[in-house]
Each structure stands twice: as structure tokens, then as C-alpha cells.
Ligand binder design. Structure first.
Ligand SMILES: Cc1ncc(COP(=O)(O)O)c(C=O)c1O
Length: 451
């Protein structure tokens, strides 16, 4: 029998997250204070995050235990299935073997609850009452709303205005779990009011929504801020994806030659690749990693590796990362979760070490790949995940050309059931490919902080 799904039982779920910092040949550059531009101490992050998350942010330990309470909630949908894409392989007529890890089975429909649950847990433990956050596509806001319901925490979500307008069902979903959803920029914060004064029609950006959420958290007692990507502890929590996949591939008797993922802030890509990358860094395995980003927000392929703020109002610390400049406001293309101006500093550092191949893909080809996948495998991917699908299909077609059979693994980080407007627009021929031009890059980068 040709196995399609590799399933782990609940007692085979990982008991610890993997911290790749323990295996890096050179440490990450320090995080700097936004005012003094000197390296910050962990306690400087206390207005925003609870102590355990700060400890995880700077930890060099290889394994960090997953608390029992977090594991028990993970078990609501984890372990997630690993599929062998036999029907896609046939449709492409490729000699390659294609596997995908499906994170769309979570209650939010993506990988984001993998970090929302532990973040809410550690905040609750620290006596926090309310969490603020930003959301682009709505996947992260939904995940934190669910986590807030599990741990009885108030959740306020600043949702990028273009997504708020494009995705009313996402908003209703978050509100269903008891979260308050605010279109960003809003008039509730200084940062939001400043943007609205300059650009009354602003469609928003993750950089603006982060400013609003950080401002509120920094000013209120018992309110903290939660971020859905970019930070070390978020990438750490997502490694459950790759750790499960390792065990599932062992069941399949296989090991990948290539791992493909999409990158917005870098967390799902890190989640699937880091446990495998650790093996490469330790000299145990040889394999290739490919990160696919949208051509309209080409952080890794056209951005600069330098210190920048995480938000537009310069409230966050300065981190060294690939960035298009904190003032970058991308066009309202449909993969809302891939619209961030920066990239996870940890992933940026690893790209600089030469461990990851990066590619930028225009959206039309990604939607076409997503539908090829859906018609073969039956799952309609999130527009973000379509970037990974495109990367994996391209690798498989390369195998067809060369007659080489490689094992390709990709992360299907979410389903697209809340993204039907994007698919309707695509099918109606309303979407356009937009490249981020060299002039636009130069303009946005001109606003980088002087170091
Ligand atoms: C389904 C989905 N995939 C990918 C991303 C990109 O984030 P990251 O690169 O952190 O995985 C998002 C972000 O919102 C998302 O919703």
C-alpha cells in the first residue's frame, strides 16, 4: 500500500523545542536600545514581555522544555500530519518525491497557534491580564484570540486596515473568541493618529500596527505585547513542526534533499527547517534550504542586512536583520502575512552564513501553483503557503528536466479558507504582479536609522 499520511500518536509529540542558537558557528549580533544604540540587557524588554519569554529570547540552551499545560493544548490538533504528495507528483509527472507538513489543521488554520499558546501561557503565569498584538492576514490575531480564550486573557488586535477590509470573516472569527479587533492605523494611539494625520487613507502596514500594539502595552500595567513572528522565542516555538517531521520521515524511511518554506517574518520557515539545519550545522547531514518570499515585499532578496526598527514609530529595539526600511508600506497584495518590512534577525543571520537559498516570486505564479496543488491534493492553501508550494513545484519540475529523483519537503503552513476573496480576484483576472522597484527600495532604505 502506498502510504499518504504519516501520523504520530499524541505521546510521540516533542517534549522540548529546539534552539538553533546552540549550534550556530557565530553568535547573533546584539539587540540595541532605540535611544542610546547600545546593547540592551534582557530586563530592558520587561515592559513588553514576561520573564520566561525574555529568557527564551536570549537562551543558548539547545533544548527548552515545553510546559505540560502547553503540551496538553497542543494535543488539541498536534501532532499534525505529514503527507506524501503522491497525486501532485503524478500530476507533475516528476521523479521527485514530495512531502508536505500540514499546519492548517490547527484551530486558526495555520502554524501560528504553536507560539500563541506558549506566549499566552507564560504571560498568564506572570500575572498579565491583557495582550496587545498586530495582525496582517488575520492568522496570527486569530491564534492569539484562541490562546486568550484558553488562558482567560483579554486580547486586543490591531489589524492592518487593508486586511480588515478584505477579510471581515477573519475579524468575526477573532471576535468570536472574545478579542477586540481595531483597524490600524487607528485613532486609539499616538502612533496611529500621527499616520492618519499624514496619510488619512493609509491602508496600514504591519510596521504601523506593531507601533500601536507596542505603545498600548508599554503604557499599561498588566498589559503585555505578543508578536507572531520575527523574535527568537517565536521561531523556537515553531520548531515543533520540524521536530515532528523528523520523526514522521523516519517512519517513511526518507530524508529530504531540499526543504522549501515561505517567509514573512520567518517563523514557519524556521519551524520546519531549524531541526534539520541543526543536523547540517553539526555536520551530520547535507541538504538544501530554500526560502520563498513575495516579489512585492522582497526583504531577503532586495533588502539590506542592517540595524532597523521593527515598527514605524521606532518604539521597538534596533535589531540587525534584512529590511526594506521601517517606513515601507507594501501594496495591498493578497498574501497579507508576507508583508512585513523586516525578517527575523535569527533567520537573517543564518542567511548571511550562507545556509539558505532565497527567491522572490510574483503572486500570479504562486496562485497558479496553489490551484495545481489544490486540484491534485484537495487542500486549498493560504496565499502565503502558495509561495512554498510554488518553490516545491519548481524544484520537482527541475527534477523532471534532469531526470534526478530528489526528496523535497515543504511546509504547508495554512489553509486558504478565509482567503477566498483573493482566489476570486485571481480567478477573475483582477490580480497583477507587482515588483518592488529599485527606486522604491532605495527610497525606503533612505529612512534607515543612522548607526
Ligand atoms: C498562513 C501564513 N503563512 C505564513 C505567514 C508568514 O509568517 P512567518 O514567516 O512568520 O511564518 C503568515 C503570517 O501571518 C501566515 O498567516
Amino acid at each position: 500500500m502506498d502510504t499518504i499520511k504519516y501520523i504520530l500518536s499524541e505521546d510521540q509529540m516533542p517534549l522540548a523545542w529546539y534552539n538553533i542558537q546552540a549550534d550556530l558557528p557565530t553568535p547573533m549580533p546584539p539587540v540595541l536600545h532605540p535611544g542610546t544604540k547600545k546593547a540592551i540587557a534582557p530586563h530592558d524588554l520587561e515592559p513588553l514581555f514576561p520573564p520566561e519569554l525574555i529568557r527564551q529570547e536570549v537562551s543558548q540552551e539547545r533544548w527548552i522544555e515545553i510546559p505540560d499545560e502547553v503540551q496538553s493544548i497542543y494535543r488539541q490538533w498536534r501532532p499534525t500530519p505529514l503527507y506524501r504528495a503522491r497525486r501532485l507528483e503524478k500530476a507533475l509527472d516528476t521523479p521527485a518525491k514530495i512531502y508536505y507538513k500540514y499546519e492548517g489543521v490547527s484551530p486558526a488554520g495555520s502554524h501560528k497557534p504553536n507560539t500563541a499558546i506558549p506566549q499566552a501561557y507564560y504571560n498568564k503565569q506572570a500575572g498579565v491580564k491583557r495582550l496587545t498584538t498586530e495582525t496582517g492576514a488575520g492568522q496570527w490575531g486569530s491564534s492569539l484570540a484562541i490562546a486568550g480564550a484558553f488562558f482567560d486573557l483579554e486580547v486586543v488586535v490591531y489589524m492592518v486596515k487593508v486586511s480588515y477590509q478584505q477579510k471581515p470573516y477573519r475579524r468575526a472569527f477573532m471576535e468570536g473568541y472574545g478579542a477586540r479587533v481595531v483597524a490600524s492605523p487607528s485613532d486609539e494611539t499616538e502612533a496611529g493618529r500621527a499616520i492618519l494625520q499624514m496619510h488619512p487613507d493609509s491602508t496600514g502596514s504591519l510596521g504601523i500596527a506593531i507601533s500601536e500594539a507596542v505603545e498600548v502595552a508599554a503604557q499599561c500595567d498588566r498589559t503585555k505585547y505578543a508578536l507572531g513572528s520575527v523574535l527568537n522565542h517565536v521561531l523556537l516555538h515553531q520548531t515543533v513542526i520540524g521536530l515532528e517531521t523528523l520523526a514522521q520521515l523516519e517512519q517513511a524511511g526518507d530524508y529530504p534533499d531540499i526543504i522549501v518554506g515561505c517567509t514573512g517574518g520567518g517563523s514557519n520557515f524556521a519551524g520546519i527547517t531549524f531541526p534539520f539545519m541543526g543536523a547540517k550545522l553539526r555536520g551530520e547531514q547535507q541538504l538544501k534550504f530554500v526560502a520563498i518570499e513575495p516579489a512585492a515585499c522582497p526583504t531577503l532578496t532586495k533588502g539590506k542586512y542592517t540595524y532597523d526598527f521593527g515598527d514605524i514609530a521606532h518604539l521597538t529595539p534596533l535589531v540587525k536583520m534584512h529590511t526594506l526600511g521601517n517606513s515601507f508600506v507594501p501594496q495591498g497584495f493578497h498574501a497579507g502575512g508576507l508583508r512585513y518590512h523586516g525578517m527575523a534577525p535569527l533567520l537573517s543571520h543564518i542567511v548571511e552564513l550562507g545556509l539558505i537559498e532565497t527567491r522572490a516570486e510574483p503572486q500570479l505564479g504562486c496562485f497558479a501553483a496553489g490551484l495545481t496543488f489544490a486540484r491534485a491534493e484537495g487542500i486549498l492553501p493560504a496565499p502565503e503557503a502558495n509561495h512554498a508550494v510554488k518553490g516545491a513545484i519548481d524544484e520537482a519540475l527541475r527534477c523532471k528536466e534532469s531526470g534526478n529523483s530528489k526528496t523535497i519537503l515543504f511546509n504547508l503552513c495554512g489553509h486558504g479558507h478565509f482567503d477566498m476573496q483573493a482566489y476570486m480576484d485571481y480567478q477573475a483576472g483582477l490580480l497583477r504582479d507587482t515588483e518592488y522597484s529599485a527606486e522604491e527600495v532605495a527610497l525606503a532604505l533612505a529612512g534607515l536609522p543612522v548607526m
